[in-house]
Design a protein. Structure first.
Length: 610
């Protein structure tokens, strides 16, 4: 006869006979030999004798079964072999005489287990999968995961997925708090997602969540908290959300006594939920981004995806945009209508670490002032008549990405104040809501109303201006960079040919000179319309001068879209002649038939740099 004796650790000296009936060792009290150690699985391994041969089999434990210091899955044992389970060491011994094991009551499998305070417990995602009869730790758990997977498959957005997730976690784990965070690989940081049911940011276990993402391991972390009437035990579960080699983010839940205490089985189930969620949330994020890109392309059809041109001013814009993209600073893009401010904003987003996150476009001038707050910040159910459901605002849609506020100079002062508060605090209230929503959004704004800091008496708030100008990028009008007209015209010609199948081969020199001579009050947008129209008129051959139809603006007030003022026309003409003469001041003065002194005065008046 053989027996298994505790050599060291809890219950040292106790022995159990080894027979044909397997002895199950584990942390659960329903095991034949309970081992109260948090690193031991509930059913860790089993031991039996057959034909005078002692055998041991690991039951899919998280931290392996060690025989003489080496991990085994299944092995034959001899007298003197040592088996290590956590801090307890057993030894196989020869039994002196047969003896019956001590009768012990068999409690339910949900009896409390011991958790060592401040001793975190990890489960690696690369742990060996259970085999054979060990697969179903709980048939009910498998059934619930199957149902959850079907619900995830029926969700069509990230928000719907999170609604399903939160409802399931509340029903299954009864958490006091839930968090989800997105992971940014380039910056190696997490950004908490603001969803219903999340706990306050300052209480989130962000460092532990980041560690779980970087190590690819789940985490069970107990903590003892002193309270006026005693102590309570608080337990946090954390699971990484990963798809293949890509880390998407992390989930965390927390409970506290006396409501509930999580154990290893809860952590295993929580990791399984995160695994089930990962591919769905990744696919939903990609689908939402594709939908936004499609809408963007449809609204801006034909506008180049890059800034076309090689003028000095445009190269400076590209260089500054590339530098701004690598920061988290807000950006204000200034320039006339049609100069390509939105392209600059898109370039900043695409070149930065948020490129895989949302890029949400808001035309501030197109949203009625009375609806601006609900569109930007969303609203709660029953916040006003007709609000039958809650609505996510554009700020939340842009979480972890970029929000492009086009024509921000047209905002009413009260809406400017709302934007300012959201920028300063990173928080806002939905209309009709009482809970603050936290977002991580980069603001890129654009306006044709401002040329610099607002003057005294301006309707645009100076504090908002300075909050937006982490970077300030100015896009020159097309009339000040005529060298870009030729490459832009060629680009739009090719675009029109692809769209219409036209056989127009190019632009004649006379037509190109006519294009360069125009002041382009509508800037690049006007040039694109002109080239597309010319392609339709020419049909074959080259675009000739007769195909170039240019229209003076109807509004003669000199306002937006109106005819250039005399000063603007004079500035443009002087700049153009100066460029044509290679920057020669004397030759320019002679060509304009004015003195050099007068010309220098014009340089100073119009801020023309030689």
């Amino acid at each position: 006869m053989f027996q298994l004796t505790v050599k060291s650790g809890a219950n040292k000296g106790m022995s159990w006979p080894i027979s044909e009936r397997p002895l199950v060792l584990g942390r659960s009290n329903v095991c034949d030999i309970p081992v109260p150690d948090p690193v031991v699985s509930r059913r860790h391994c089993e031991l039996w004798q057959a034909d005078q041969i002692i055998q041991i089999r690991d039951l899919g434990s998280s931290n392996a079964t060690l025989v003489n210091g080496f991990p085994v899955h299944e092995a034959k044992l001899r007298v003197g072999d040592e088996i290590s389970l956590g801090a307890v060491v057993f030894v196989v011994a020869q039994a002196a005489s047969p003896s019956a094991p001590e009768k012990r009551p068999v409690p339910d499998d949900d009896t409390p287990v011991t958790l060592w305070l401040n001793d975190a417990y990890y489960i690696s995602q690369k742990a060996r999968e259970p085999e054979g009869d060990d697969l179903p730790r709980s048939v009910n758990d498998l059934r619930e995961l199957f149902i959850l997977g079907r619900k995830f498959g029926g969700a069509s957005s990230v928000r719907q997925l999170l609604d399903v997730l939160v409802g399931h976690l509340r029903e299954k784990l009864s958490p006091a708090a839930i968090w989800m965070a997105w992971y940014s690989a380039p910056e190696k940081c997490l950004a908490l997602h603001p969803f219903e049911g999340a706990a306050p940011n300052q209480d989130a276990p962000t460092e532990a969540m980041l560690r779980a993402v970087e190590t690819g391991s789940g985490l069970l972390s107990p903590r003892s908290i002193r309270e006026p009437n005693g102590r309570r035990l608080e337990v946090t579960l954390i699971a990484p959300i990963s798809t293949g080699a890509e880390s998407v983010g992390a989930l965390a839940v927390r409970c506290a006594t006396p409501q509930r205490v999580y154990d290893e089985s809860d952590l295993e189930y929580f990791i399984a939920v995160a695994h089930a969620l990962a591919p769905h949330i990744r696919a939903a994020g990609i689908q939402e981004q594709l939908r936004r890109d499609y809408e963007y392309a449809r609204q801006r059809a034909g506008i180049p995806s890059t800034l076309v041109g090689e003028s000095e001013s445009l190269r400076a814009v590209r260089e500054l945009a590339a530098k701004a993209a690598q920061t988290h600073l807000n950006v204000l893009v200034l320039g006339e209508t049609g100069t390509g401010k939105e392209l600059v904003a898109r370039m900043i987003h695409d070149l930065g670490p948020r490129a895989q996150r949302p890029f949400v476009v808001v035309n501030c001038a197109a949203i009625p002032s009375s609806l601006f707050e609900s569109e930007l910040f969303g609203y709660e159910k029953n916040a006003f008549t007709g609000a039958t459901t809650a609505k996510v605002g554009l700020f939340e849609e842009a979480h972890c990405g970029s929000l492009f506020l086009d024509e921000i100079g047209d905002l009413a002062p009260d809406n400017q104040a709302r934007i300012l508060r959201a920028l300063e605090t990173g928080t806002f209230y939905r209309v009709g809501g009482t809970r603050e929503t936290h977002v991580d959004v980069r603001i890129i704004a654009a306006t044709n109303r401002l040329t610099g800091p607002p003057e005294k008496g301006s309707s645009f708030r100076s504090d908002l201006y300075h909050r937006l100008t982490g970077f300030e990028i100015r896009v020159s009008p097309l009339r000040d960079r005529t060298e870009d007209i030729e490459p832009l015209s060629a680009h739009f010609l090719e675009e029109a040919r692809q769209q219409t199948g036209s056989s127009v081969s190019g632009i004649s020199p006379a037509a190109l000179e006519r294009l360069k001579a125009w002041l382009w009050p509508g800037n690049v947008r006007e040039l694109r319309a002109c080239i597309h129209r010319a392609v339709a008129l020419a049909r074959v051959g080259q675009i000739e001068q007769s195909h170039i139809a240019l229209f003076a603006p109807i509004d003669a007030t000199g306002g937006e879209g109106g005819i250039l003022t005399l000063a603007d026309a004079e500035k443009h003409h002087i700049s153009r002649v100066l460029r044509q003469l290679g920057g020669n001041v004397s030759a320019t003065a002679r060509a304009l038939k004015i003195s050099r002194a007068t010309l220098y005065n014009k340089f100073e008046e119009y801020d023309i740099h030689v």
